[in-house]
Design a protein around this ligand. Structure first.
Ligand code: NIG
Ligand code: FE
Length: 399
């Protein structure tokens, strides 16, 4: 059988079937950028490969997927970080006009080129660790032109680099100052004017909102979901990060791809997510960085069978984290996730959180041949180390 590239003599984390789907003596074959075969070398058909790469026993995983980032933004918030070190809380700073709105000012002042240029080093840091798919949200423009500019910048990053970019429209991230006292008016503008423009321009793959006391109410969030549904866009939600507004249950009612953060999620929310098949995307970087103490209900999510994803939440305010490997380590050490949960959280379940399970996230036949090849002896090493990158090679679409 003809194939373009054959990676032989490898050990595989396929993510197919139960658990990690480990294969000790495996190989992967790619044709036209897709996986033609991934499994035991003994069961493989005889391949006639244009090029064969001997992996020398290295481990191959699916290319990693960072399914929740705010990679595109102007400026940083290191000054706010110093304020927090001096005792101010994230919410206090937000209510005093800092927080997301301060990044909004920097983002509004940045050109599309500047947004792309400032995001590239962050994207490159993720790519260097084997990331082949990244989600990028808008939400620091908070007006029509700036939100559209952010989304165009995010799309451009997927042209500048060999990486798949899934974009998410997060207009409902914070209330911009020009709508002070009129959150309903802002939501109406988003739903009636901006979201239709975003959808018509094909600039968003999903729609997200920040459902929180310092964000938007449950009713406002539901309006955003209805507008997204009217334009055929799937939804996600920043839910239960700082308090419990029952956002995850609402998201589940609208068949959300994922509900994210979830520190304050209750049993009813867990049950609703389980029933809808909504992925729980956990963001240990944000938990760590704001020194949250309430843990997401891992045991309840686990026993209800809610799929768990892990992401960096890379953003300037609550998670200036550009390492998905470190997010995995934090998932294990801070949230008590198993190695298997961490690895599936940045591959199979992360793909599902983006609605891309039929495209990426496992080494299943027919999916994109996005691979990460690692200099490790055991898959657990990817979760165990802190600040060490054992990536040997990264393959995107078979190349
Ligand atoms: O995912 N929670 C809302 N959004 C971001 C934080 C944004 C910011 O502070 O700039 C998050 O944590
Ligand atoms: Fe976020």
């Amino acid at each position: 059988m003809r194939c373009d590239t054959l990676w032989s003599n490898a050990r595989l984390v396929t993510g197919v079937g139960e658990g990690l789907g480990l294969v000790e003596r495996g190989c992967v074959a790619a044709l036209d950028g897709k996986i033609l075969y991934a499994g035991p070398a003994l069961d493989a058909p005889p391949f006639e490969a244009t090029s064969t790469i001997d992996c020398d026993g290295r481990w191959i995983t699916p290319g990693l997927i960072d399914c929740h980032t705010h990679l595109v933004h102007g400026g940083d918030r290191s000054q706010e970080f110093e304020l927090r070190l001096a005792g101010a809380s994230y919410e206090e700073i937000a209510r005093a006009g800092g927080g997301i709105v301060s990044t909004m000012r920097a983002t509004r002042a940045a050109s599309e080129d500047a947004l792309v240029a400032s995001a590239l080093p962050r994207l490159d840091a993720l790519i260097a660790e084997g990331v082949t798919t990244v989600e990028i949200k808008s939400g620091y423009g908070l007006d029509g032109p700036s939100e559209l500019r952010m989304l165009r910048a995010a799309r451009r990053l997927g042209v500048e680099r060999r990486v798949r970019v899934a974009t998410t429209f997060l207009g409902a991230h914070a209330l911009p100052p020009e709508f002070a006292g009129d959150a309903d008016g802002y939501i109406a503008m988003l739903c009636d004017t901006l979201l239709p423009q975003v959808a018509a321009a094909g600039l968003a793959d999903a729609v997200d909102a920040f459902c929180e006391e310092i964000g938007f109410s449950l009713a406002q969030t539901e309006r955003v979901f209805q507008a997204a549904a009217a334009h055929g866009l799937p939804i996600k939600l920043h839910a239960e990060q700082l308090s419990n507004l029952q956002g995850a249950a609402l998201a589940a009612r609208y068949h959300a791809l994922s509900a994210d953060h979830l520190e304050y999620l209750d049993d009813a929310g867990v049950a609703a997510m389980a029933q809808a098949g909504t992925v729980a995307t956990l963001l240990p970087g944000a938990y760590y960085f704001v020194r949250e103490t309430k843990q997401p209900p891992i045991a309840a999510l686990r026993s209800a069978g809610v799929p768990i994803a892990l992401a960096t939440d890379c953003n300037p305010g609550t998670s200036p984290l550009t390492s998905l490997l470190l997010a995995m380590n934090m998932g294990a050490t801070v949230f008590g996730l198993t190695v298997e949960e961490c690895l599936l959280g940045v591959t199979r379940n992360a793909a599902r959180a983006l609605g891309l399970a039929d495209t990426v996230g496992t080494l299943a036949v027919g999916l994109a041949c996005d691979l990460a090849i690692w200099d490790i002896e055991r898959p657990a090493e990817l979760v165990y180390r802190m600040g060490f990158n054992p990536l040997h090679a990264r393959i995107w679409r078979g190349q």
